[in-house]
Design a protein around this ligand. Structure first.
Ligand SMILES: Nc1ncnc2c1ncn2[C@@H]1O[C@H](COP(=O)(O)OP(=O)(O)O)[C@@H](O)[C@H]1O
Ligand SMILES: [Mg+2]
Length: 407
């Protein structure tokens, strides 16, 4: 369809809630179905890419949500800048594209693009991305810069120390860095986050994951257990005979609420859940991978980092080797681990029996038991880096600057 024909189809006085320019039939069909099912009155799903979008958007009131397929565009960054120049203030922009490139992803987000999805995009991912902004209109959604940052912690094998790292990261952030922290343990059967802090799990987490409509500020307040002024824990201890399945939208909703209320959300994410859940973290987050310095740990670090890169390319991955020096033989050195896996290790945490024994005996976090413990110091160093990144104010994006000028 030509740009002129497209323009005639659109009522210039009516603000469209969604306008999409897509180049393939599958994406077109998924968006059309979503718009029909959700009964969005003002959805325009059009054939085309950047040029069609430029032609159509010039001179009409831009939609609240704009989706453009940038596949085949040589200069995607330039294309987004041009699009920003013809959009109204407040337009949210989702880009589709054919380049799976973390640097490109970051540059697009820096420009203010809400989401960059690499094709082929699954219908679920596309729908989740599109539905999010429409169902949470501007006035209810906090500005992204005000939302809490997510840190997920994944172990490469049982006993790697993932829960220890999650708990102690949360504790250091809350008690030493004065951040308001939610610690979420997604292993509802065997989770140990609460246990490590000598707390009993609260009630209601499973029910909420099964019925996402129950998740609201009041629920969260009730289900969380307070460790101290700044640290709250959300966990469960489900009976092993109870099977349950959680609604995929529940986690989205849960993290939306938590990020409004907390500076940071630390998630103890079991490996089995990482497989299916990692893609549900749509926005940039930090992913800690915790591995022992062993051959099997290295193999699974490689597999998990590949999974994260593929499913959550916007994750900032930090690789931690834990329990270094525990075994007399059979351990890989940091250099061997890095050379063979082609992963770079951000921190090595030594095996630290003294700190862990004291922390277990007192039911306290590592850093409380042994402020300068061998494993505590490098973990604190990693966290210092994260807080520095967080505190550096991000400059306004070009997209926002262009929009501001036009507002
Ligand atoms: N650096 C360390 N030094 C000594 N013991 C550790 C260290 N890290 C973890 N541990 C201990 O190893 C065990 C397994 O740790 P945990 O955090 O539960 O691992 P995961 O959650 O990966 O299964 C726990 O008893 C914990 O106290
Ligand atoms: Mg664990």
């Amino acid at each position: 369809m030509s740009t002129a024909a497209l323009k005639q189809d659109i009522n210039p006085g009516l603000q469209t809630s969604l306008m999409a320019f897509v180049t393939d039939e599958v994406t077109h069909a998924v968006l059309t179905r979503t718009a029909l099912e959700r009964a969005w009155a003002n959805a325009e799903i059009l054939a085309g890419g950047v040029e069609e979008a430029m032609g159509t958007l010039t001179g009409i009131e831009t939609p609240q949500l704009l989706l453009v397929d940038l596949s085949g565009t040589g200069d995607m960054v330039g294309a987004v800048e041009r699009l920003a120049a013809v959009c109204d203030a407040g337009t949210r922009f989702i880009a589709l594209g054919d380049h799976n490139d973390i640097n490109l992803y970051r540059r697009l987000l820096d420009l203010g693009v809400q989401e960059y999805l690499v094709k082929p995009v699954s219908p679920e991912t596309l729908r989740a991305a599109v539905e999010k902004p429409i169902e949470q209109p501007e006035d209810k959604t906090p500005v992204p810069s005000g939302l809490g940052q997510i840190i997920t912690v994944i172990g490469t094998c049982g006993g790697a120390g993932a829960s220890s790292v999650a708990v102690n990261t949360a504790w250091i952030l809350a008690r030493e860095k004065d951040k308001r922290i939610a610690l979420v343990d997604l292993d509802l059967y065997f989770g140990t986050a609460a246990l490590f802090l000598d707390l009993e799990s609260g009630r209601g987490f499973r029910e909420a994951l099964e019925n996402p409509e129950r998740i609201d500020a009041l629920f969260i307040e009730r289900a969380m257990v307070r460790e101290s002024e700044n640290l709250y824990v959300l966990s469960g201890e489900e009976a092993l005979e109870n099977a349950f399945s959680f609604d995929p939208q529940a986690l989205d909703r849960l993290f939306d609420y938590l990020r409004r209320d907390f500076d940071m959300v630390v998630v103890d994410l079991p490996r089995f859940a990482a497989r299916s859940q990692i893609a549900s973290f749509h926005e940039p987050f930090t992913a800690f991978l915790v591995s022992p310095p062993t051959l099997s740990g290295m193999r699974d670090s490689m597999r998990l980092s590949e999974l994260i890169r593929a499913q959550a390319p916007h994750a900032d991955m930090k690789m931690l080797l834990n329990k270094a020096g525990e075994r007399k033989t059979g351990e890989l050195s940091k250099a061997d681990f890095e050379r063979n896996s082609e992963l770079s290790i951000d921190r090595v945490l030594p095996f630290d029996l003294k700190t862990v024994t004291k922390s277990n005996a007192n039911g306290t976090a590592w850093a409380e038991a042994e402020k300068k413990g061998k494993a505590v110091v490098p973990l604190r160093g990693l966290i210092d880096g994260l807080c520095r990144d967080e505190d550096e104010a991000a400059p306004p994006s070009i997209w926002q600057r262009v929009l501001k000028k036009r507002a």
